[in-house]
Design a protein around this ligand. Structure first.
Ligand code: 13P
Length: 254
């Protein structure tokens, strides 16, 4: 059985003090949720404190982005090698905020995904349609295109076991309007079936997590769906009480 993943994407929020306080609060209870995996994605500059506090705790961490380049004249960028210094397990790739606000094109997302795999990270590939695409009935077409980066690596077959897909409908992010569990399940199942065309054994093991206005109130219904294997939580992950409540509810379902 897949271990559910409850991950908190902090985005560009907090301060050194609030990051430390948030992690300390998470640690007071996270050990009580042995059936699930919890992870946080703090801003780069707090990865050092994150590593220090979380090492050995069972709670994992990752980066919100990474350069596909090894090193060189890329002002403002952070390489995967640098992230290794902080023992990050995960790296988010293709978050819709990066695609839409920072020009992460499908080609760049594919490069980042491949580089993260090569460097031994577990990439969390974010996919999801905009409201307009959703309303025009283009959801599956958009997601299928975004999933192509996975298939570009098909020669490297067995390592695909170590990826996570996050379905995050853009219209549900930060809006308080989550996709319904049934709606999300339909997309998750389609993603799994698509991966399964390629290798069913691997597809059945890959965690497909949902993101977009996840709260302590809606997590149980989402997790009741057979193909929802966890959540990528934004806003609610900045509040230790809410994030832990999401973890607790998820743990009690398994
Ligand atoms: P919210 O939970 O704030 O909607 O954000 C979701 C998200 O973008 C996580 O990556």
């Amino acid at each position: 059985m897949k271990q559910p993943l409850i991950a908190g994407n902090w985005k560009m929020n907090g301060s050194r003090k609030s990051a430390i306080d948030l992690i300390a609060s998470i640690l007071t209870e996270a050990y009580q949720f042995p059936k699930i995996e919890m992870a946080v994605f703090p801003p780069f500059v707090y990865l050092s404190q994150t590593e220090e506090l979380l090492t050995g705790s069972g709670v994992n961490w990752g980066a919100q982005n990474a350069s596909p380049h090894k090193n060189g004249a890329y002002t403002g960028e952070i390489s995967l090698e640098m992230l290794k210094d902080f023992n990050c397990k995960y790296v988010l790739v293709g978050h819709s905020e990066r695609r839409r606000q920072f020009g992460d094109s499908p080609v760049i997302v594919a490069e980042k995904f491949a580089a993260a795999m090569r460097a031994g990270f577990t990439p969390v590939l974010c996919v999801g349609e905009t409201e307009e695409q959703h309303d025009r009935g283009l959801t599956w077409q958009v997601i299928q295109e975004q999933l192509e980066v996975v298939f570009e690596l098909k020669d490297n077959h067995s390592s695909l076991r170590d990826i996570v897909i996050a379905y995050e409908p853009v219209w549900a992010i930060g809006t308080g309007k989550s996709a319904s569990p049934e709606e999300a399940q339909e997309v998750h199942l389609a993603i799994r079936n698509r991966l399964g065309e390629y290798d069913w054994e691997i597809a059945s093991k890959i965690r497909i997590i949902y993101g977009g206005s996840v709260t302590p109130e809606n997590i149980a219904d989402l997790m009741a769906m057979p193909d929802i294997d966890g959540a990528l939580v934004g806003g609610a992950s900045l509040d230790a009480k809410k994030f832990l409540e999401i973890g607790r509810k998820c743990n009690s379902l398994y």
